[in-house]
Ligand binder design. Structure first.
Ligand SMILES: [Zn+2]
Ligand SMILES: [Zn+2]
Ligand SMILES: [Zn+2]
Ligand SMILES: [Zn+2]
Length: 490
């Protein structure tokens, strides 16, 4: 770990000195509090925003409508808060380097603002205060100039330190190597308070707390309060493509380059793994071939949807919640059957909720299920119809006759006295499908029977058997319907 390089990372981009009481602005720049901070004092400040989540792949056909524009950044406080993480890192470096006596005297201003690294030498031709001072590491080519020769000697002295600890003559020239604990302590200070791992893509909130960008998004799924200080945070959309903390990002990449790269790779792998299993939304019974509008508000499903949207064809499975209490055993089997929903359009709301339009595509059976970040995932097998055997086709009424029975019953319902049935009919999209394979689903949507009973259609691989089951329900309703109606009317 190169202390000089660390120190360089902590230079203020405005005054080029070590940051003093740093505060991080919504643009991601960290500057000393003494500078004007609103707007950002850096000329032409235009940091690249972080790509908004979810990252919709180019091949995706989803109509994704991002959240409405974020509200303006909250007005700066009279005394801006200090950036908590950077302050801690500065304090840590100060504690390591503060007592060292080997500073040179040509930069008193820097000495005043913060202790300097003894391994840093400032070149005589160092640039003006408009940009960070160029610093020279002691390990650079020793033949470069006199300063570097000195650096070389200091380095050599450092190597001898362990074997000759009492050579006082060289004490002043001795560079202070980072104590073994510094790396560990720095890693602790640069850990995210949500995942407890090294910060990755750090984002600093207006309350000056820093989290991994992904962790902050997941925290915002649950609450608009800062996970650390409980300060109110601007809404979800404010952080959607929020620029990262540039100082911390540079510091992380400088201090822990291998670890930082590994973190990025691990996060990408985690995202990939999350897409290997089929996400399952446990909500309601849906049959194939129908549009469904859904409101995503639960934190776990918000995350699930974001992950879905990063696929070329975003889709997830939908199953009914398992029935509890009486009859639970009977429906346990059908609880493993569901329908895939393809996401067609998403309207994100400013607070992270979303309205989602889907189209149900095919049925599936869950072979194995697990949980990922709070939602169900599964290994599934697609269920398709198989051709009916001749004996099944010839037995009983034909498909057309079964469909006519259904249609007649629906007309009977329309003529009946139950307005809610008519309402239910009106809510069903489109005309009855001509295809017997889809017809039974369409009728079942309308029938006033238990949803768990209707779910028995999902595992059936024969259109004809589905029709028969629906006609069976109609017969049962016919047997009980008029009796029930009679009770109501008379
Ligand atoms: Zn400054
Ligand atoms: Zn800026
Ligand atoms: Zn984190
Ligand atoms: Zn906070």
């Amino acid at each position: 770990m190169d202390l000089a390089a660390l120190r360089a990372c902590l230079a203020c981009p405005v005054c080029a000195r070590t940051l003093q009481n740093p505060t991080t602005l919504p643009c991601g720049h960290t500057v000393c509090q003494t500078h004007q901070i609103s707007p950002c004092p850096l000329p032409h400040c235009a940091p690249p925003p972080r790509p908004a989540r979810p990252r919709i792949p180019p091949a995706s056909r989803v109509n994704y409508l991002p959240p409405p524009p974020a509200p303006l950044a909250p007005p700066p406080e009279h005394t801006p808060k200090p950036d908590v993480t950077i302050n801690k890192v500065l304090a840590l470096l100060d504690s390591v380097l503060g007592e060292d006596s080997s500073y040179d005297d040509d930069d008193d201003d820097i000495l005043r603002s913060a202790p300097r690294s003894p391994t840093v030498r400032t070149r005589p031709d160092s640039p003006g205060p408009s940009r960070p001072r160029k610093r020279q590491r002691i390990h650079d080519d020793p033949s470069d100039d006199e300063g570097d020769l000195l650096s070389h000697l200091m380095s050599a002295a450092a190597r001898q330190r362990d074997t000759a600890p009492h050579v006082s003559l060289t004490d002043r020239m001795r560079p202070l190597p980072p104590p073994p604990s510094l790396e560990k302590e720095l890693q602790t200070e640069l850990a995210c308070e949500i995942c407890f791992m090294l910060l990755y893509s750090p984002v600093t909130t207006p309350c000056q707390h820093t989290f991994c960008s992904k962790c902050l998004h997941r925290a915002l799924d649950h609450s608009n309060l800062c996970p650390l200080c409980r300060d109110s945070l601007p809404g979800f959309s404010f952080f959607d493509d929020h620029p990262g903390n540039q100082t911390l990002e540079t510091l992380l990449a400088t201090a822990f380059p291998a670890e930082y790269t590994a973190r990025g790779a691990a996060i990408a792998a985690e995202e990939r793994d999350a897409r290997l299993d089929t996400p399952i939304f446990v909500c309601m019974l849906i049959f194939p071939g129908h549009p469904t509008a859904l409101h995503f508000f639960e934190p776990r499903y918000r995350l699930m949807l974001r992950r879905c949207l990063e696929q070329d064809v975003p889709s997830f499975g939908m199953i009914m919640p398992a029935r509890t209490g009486a009859g639970a055993g009977v429906t346990a089997q059908t609880a493993d059957y569901g329908t895939m929903l393809e996401v067609r359009s998403v309207q994100m709301l400013a607070d992270g909720r979303s309205m989602v339009e889907t189209w149900s595509t095919y049925r599936f059976r869950i072979l194995e299920r697990g949980t990922l970040d709070g939602y169900t995932v599964g290994r599934i097998e697609r269920i398709d119809d198989v051709p009916d055997s001749p004996s099944l086709t010839l037995a009983g009424p034909s498909n057309e006759e079964l469909m006519e029975t259904c249609t007649a019953f629906l007309h009977q319902l329309r003529r009946g006295t139950a307005p809610w049935v008519v309402q239910r009919l009106n809510n069903v999209y489109g005309a009855p499908p001509a295809d017997p394979a889809a017809f039974a689903y369409w009728v079942a949507l309308i029938l006033p029977i238990d949803e768990f009973e209707k779910a028995k259609l999902l595992p059936i691989r024969s259109a004809r058997l589905r029709l028969r089951l629906v006609v069976h329900w109609i017969e049962q309703l016919n047997n009980n319907w008029w009796f029930t109606s009679g009770c109501v009317i008379f």
